[in-house]
Structure formats: structure tokens, C-alpha cells
Design a protein. Structure first.
Length: 322
């Protein structure tokens, strides 16, 4: 079978790909600093390649895709081209050293996942980035083309989503808990952001968090704080009654539903906010669908990845997307 869909253009916006070079340099610096400090949170090279089934898909693919791109290799024991492609992907995964994870899915044992991704033949390779599925290619392909596609994937993940990959340490214990993160150079900036947030200076809080993330895109505390500050700033000027009326009258309007979802979340109605946006993703297409999906991912950041309501909503979103 001839490879197809090798280019990611048309799937994601690569117009700002030059700016990704700067993001890559910063990511390298962050990885080097983490290694210098003892590799806190590091993973072993062996853990970069994982076998995934339907039961673990939410945890091992969707959730992990919020911190690192996940490349999916659909394969089967009887597939001869798979026996050529899979070892190549595994070797490249090690070579890229934490830039992405490789999730191997046996289609014979996981027919539902095969159907959800619309796989028509194997081998088939997809990626999931921040919960969004991207088709990469189908069939065996030359190594040079695969490298080009992986390079684009890494650039897009860094530029659009701030995903700088994982720190890899060959000596890290397989079952080790992440080491405590030592006090970093951003403590003062984060404290200033919290003070601004408490004082109602939402613009100042947003700017402070963005300053941290411009240098440290993977800073978890800054990501959470920025998501909260942006949410509060968005709803600050809204007329709740008008927003609710607009959303009720325009169930297929993404902008109306997004505004209502923001109000839902600020009001503590988490399931309502998530359900509203999942339904909007289902109803809409194109830019409107993408806007609703992105806002849903932002609200996941506000609530926190470990919250069971986020887990349930991610599963619902996956069903709609795939």
C-alpha cells in the first residue's frame, strides 16, 4: 500500500513554523536544566514505547497527549508491512528522546479504537496532540519522509500547544515517583501573579503568567493560573442573562455556547460546561468546531487533569472526534 497523508499541512496551521525554532531552543534549555538538577520527573527510554488497549486509551493516550505528542501505530501480527514499519518507529522514538511517545495498538484486539479512528488499512499512523487526533500516514513509508512528518509534529506541538516533550534518563527507576521540583527562578513572578489575581487585576495576572510561560512553556502552575485568570477576565464583562438567552436561542452557534460554558464553569456547573462544549463540537464543523474544542481543553486546564469530571468529558470528546 502506498503511503498517503504524509504532509501535515491542511491538518494544522504551519504558518508560524519558523517561530517554533525558538520554542525548540527554549525546550532544549529546559530539558538540560532538568537533567542538571537530577532529572526530576524523568522517564526511561523504554517507557517511550507503550502498548495501548481500549481500557487504557483515555489514560495512556488522551491524558498523556496534554503533556507530550503521542504517535499511534496501528498494527497486527499478521501484517507484513507492519513488521517493517513498527521497528523503524520504535527506533525513531528512541532517537527523538522524549519529543513524543509511541503508542502501539493491536487492531485485532482493539477493534473499537480502529473504528473510532476510521482506520481502513494497516499499518496506519496517527498522532494525538492536546486531545486532537491528526492522521499522519498509512502504509510503509521511506524513513526520510517519516522523519519529516515527525519533525513537523514536534514543531506544531511546541508552537501551538507548548508541549516540549519529556526528560529522558536512562538511569531513572521504572517505578520512581516524580522527584519534588526545587524552587525555581519563577517563584517571585508566580507570587506576583497570585497577588494580582487576588486583587482583581486580571490583566496583570494574565501578563505575569504569560511572562513565565514565554520562558518555561511547560510550567504547570503558570498554565493553571493563566487558564483561571483568562476565564475570569472573559466573563467579567458578560451580561449573564443575555448570554443565557443567546445560547438558548442559538444551540448551533459556537460563540454563544462557548460564552455560556464559561459562565457555567465560573458558576460551579462543571458538568454543564463540559457537556455543552462536547455537544457543540458534535454539532459544528470547521473553525467553529475547533474553537469549541480548544475552549473545552482550556476549561480542562482550569479544573485539573486529575478531576474525574475532566476524565469523563475527555472520553465524551474522544467519541465525538473519532
Amino acid at each position: 500500500m502506498q503511503p498517503r497523508n504524509m504532509s501535515m499541512s491542511g491538518v494544522v496551521d504551519l504558518a508560524a513554523v519558523k517561530a517554533a525554532q525558538e520554542a525548540k531552543a527554549k525546550a532544549e534549555q529546559a530539558r538540560a536544566e532538568a537533567a542538571r538538577q537530577g532529572g526530576g520527573g524523568a522517564v526511561t527510554p523504554a517507557s517511550l514505547v507503550i502498548d495501548v488497549d481500549e481500557a487504557g486509551f483515555e489514560r495512556d493516550v488522551l491524558q498523556r497527549s496534554t503533556e507530550v505528542p503521542v504517535v499511534i501505530d496501528f498494527w497486527a501480527e499478521w501484517c507484513e508491512p507492519c513488521k517493517q514499519l513498527s521497528p523503524l518507529l520504535e527506533r525513531l522514538t528512541q532517537e527523538y528522546n522524549g519529543r513524543f511517545l509511541l503508542a502501539k495498538i493491536d487492531v485485532d484486539a482493539n477493534q473499537m479504537l480502529m473504528q473510532q479512528f476510521g482506520v481502513q488499512g494497516i499499518p496506519a499512523v496517527f498522532a494525538v496532540v492536546a486531545g486532537q487526533a491528526l492522521p499522519l500516514f498509512q502504509g510503509a513509508a521511506p524513513e526520510a519522509q517519516i522523519r519529516q512528518t515527525l519533525d513537523q509534529l514536534v514543531q506544531v506541538a511546541e508552537e501551538r500547544f507548548g508541549l516540549t516533550g519529556l526528560t529522558v534518563d536512562a538511569d531513572a527507576p521504572e517505578s520512581a515517583e516524580p522527584a519534588p521540583v526545587p524552587a525555581g527562578p519563577y517563584d517571585a513572578a508566580l507570587e506576583a501573579a497570585v497577588r494580582a489575581l487576588d486583587a482583581g487585576d486580571l490583566g496583570g495576572a494574565v501578563q505575569a503568567y504569560e511572562n513565565v510561560l514565554s520562558d518555561d512553556p511547560g510550567n504547570t502552575e503558570a498554565k493553571l493560573g493563566l487558564a483561571q485568570a483568562q476565564l475570569l477576565r472573559r466573563v467579567q464583562e458578560l451580561d449573564p442573562a443575555a448570554v443565557r438567552k443567546d445560547a438558548a436561542e442559538k444551540p448551533g452557534d459556537a460563540a454563544a455556547q462557548i460564552a455560556a460554558a464559561d459562565l457555567d464553569l465560573v458558576g460551579g456547573h462543571v458538568e454543564d460546561a463540559f457537556g455543552r462544549l462536547v455537544e457543540t463540537v458534535r454539532r459544528t464543523a470547521g473553525d467553529e468546531r475547533d474553537a469549541a474544542r480548544v475552549r473545552l481543553l482550556e476549561l480542562f486546564e482550569v479544573v485539573g487533569a486529575d478531576d474525574p469530571r475532566v476524565t469523563a468529558a475527555r472520553t465524551a470528546l474522544a467519541r465525538v472526534l473519532f
